[in-house]
Design a protein around this ligand. Sequence first.
Ligand code: ZN
Ligand code: ZN
Length: 320
Amino acid sequence: MFEIVFLGTSASAPSVHRGLSSQVVIHDEFRFLIDCGEGTQRQILQSGLGFKRLNRVLITHGHLDHILGLAGLLSTFMRWDTIDKLEIYGGQWALDRIHDLIYGIVLRGAKPPMDLQLIQITPGLIFDEDDFTVTAFPVWHRGPDCFGYLFEEKTRRPFLPDKADELVIPPGPWRRDLVNGKSVTLPDGRPIHPDQVLGPERPGTRMAHVGDVGRIDELVQAVQEVDALIIEATYLQEESEMADQFAHLTARQAAELAAGAGVKHLILTHISRRYRERDVLAEAQAIFPNTVVARDFDAFQIRRGECMKVEQVKETSNSK
Ligand SMILES: [Zn+2]
Ligand SMILES: [Zn+2]
């Protein structure tokens, strides 16, 4: 299961109700901040997520509405040492700009308040953890080096406790080894093969996040049959020329991509102040009914074939 919490869902400039691009993807103890538009640190506080373990940032591209918040975040980290390591992943162009922002403006010769790493990525696998991977794929948007991110749980075989009970396998290390696919010899001398207690392979949850993007044809393969696709929808079809000019999508194009790639659920973000949310939703749903438009602080749990909106605990204000 992956959870995604939207911190900012506005395109280009903030609106009264929407902050600039940022979201957190959570999987067990792992947290990834995707993009960090201006104002993100306050959204993190207000969402109730806090800064702990928020030490991996994935950048989709280097436009200011996706990176300026890194300066404020760093400046706060210089006052409180909440984390000892911060890794920022992105394409070279984005990292150059982030380097200027952090080292030229925020630090100006001072040492980073933590072990700070700017890590250049190229398309392919960027994280390979025990039970999930993150893969970067190329995305076409004005500058070079823009990326989408695919989060995938690894395929696994479920442990069948009924079978284990039938075989009288005692609790303890034998069961653990069998879960991990290792043959064991029980205390009474019987050998047990994992096939005797594991069910058929079950594919894991897959979720794709795409930031700003101007073309959908190259994405069909990358987001094929994901359980949830999170993608921008900056324009409506009535202004498709402008969408083209600025290398953004219309709600209809996002929906066409979802339909063409066999996606299960579509979550739209990067919403322009020019439109009403319901018009964006209606345009997309006409083509792909399983669409929602994200709002700031919306949280979704993504499981195999399922995308469920959940309540996010928000910090309450005590100010008088
Ligand atoms: Zn943007
Ligand atoms: Zn952009």
